[in-house]
Ligand binder design. Structure first.
Ligand SMILES: Cc1cc2nc3c(=O)[nH]c(=O)nc-3n(C[C@H](O)[C@H](O)[C@H](O)COP(=O)(O)O)c2cc1C
Length: 159
């Protein structure tokens, strides 16, 4: 079997966008993490998936709330937001970040390049992660350019 650091290194050669997946805790406080394991799954019905590590704080939040929003990050503020939401045990990841709710209660970031608001339809245990399948209830795009993640570093997309 391939060693996990080698697996991570090889997978890093697949360039991705970066997103913050958000949801709410029981008390209504916002919760979220940085992900790049996100993709579209089905057009009819519209489904997406995100993969979240079992140990992540946000994992339990998504299980409990049954909803999540995917906030695609743009190049200007995206790296700072990505690093913030990838930090373990940070007191308030949302401090100073403007957000609102759309169809579900999940926070939609004002700084997102695109957002997709979902209700969880299925969860699949997959190794040390859970695949959350979400039915898309609302989505929107804004002007801007995407943040890109490649070989462990952040970059920009130039067409
Ligand atoms: C670019 C990037 C992509 C990431 N992608 C994922 C991912 O797809 N799934 C995941 O569970 N963690 C991913 N992480 C790690 C989480 O963001 C990190 O573990 C975070 O601290 C979890 O936060 P939480 O415990 O508050 O939920 C990624 C981190 C970075 C920097």
């Amino acid at each position: 079997m391939i060693d996990s650091s080698e697996f991570r290194r090889v997978m890093g050669h697949f360039p991705t966008g970066v997103a913050v997946v958000t949801t709410r805790r029981h008390d209504g406080s916002p919760c979220g993490l940085t992900v790049n394991a996100f993709c579209s799954v089905s057009l009819t019905p519209p489904l997406v998936l995100v993969c979240v590590e079992h140990g992540a704080d946000s994992h339990a939040c998504i299980v409990d709330s049954g909803a999540f929003a995917v906030n695609v990050l743009e190049e200007t503020h995206g790296e700072t937001i990505s690093r913030r939401f990838a930090t373990w045990n940070l007191e308030d990841k949302f401090a100073g970040i403007a957000f609102r709710s759309e169809k579900t209660a999940s926070p939609v970031l004002d700084a997102a390049l695109a957002w997709i608001d979902c209700r969880v339809t299925e969860t699949v245990r997959a190794g040390d992660h859970t695949i959350f399948l979400g039915e898309v209830l609302a989505a929107e795009t804004l002007e801007g350019r995407p943040l890109v993640y490649y070989r462990g570093g952040y970059g920009r997309f130039t067409p």
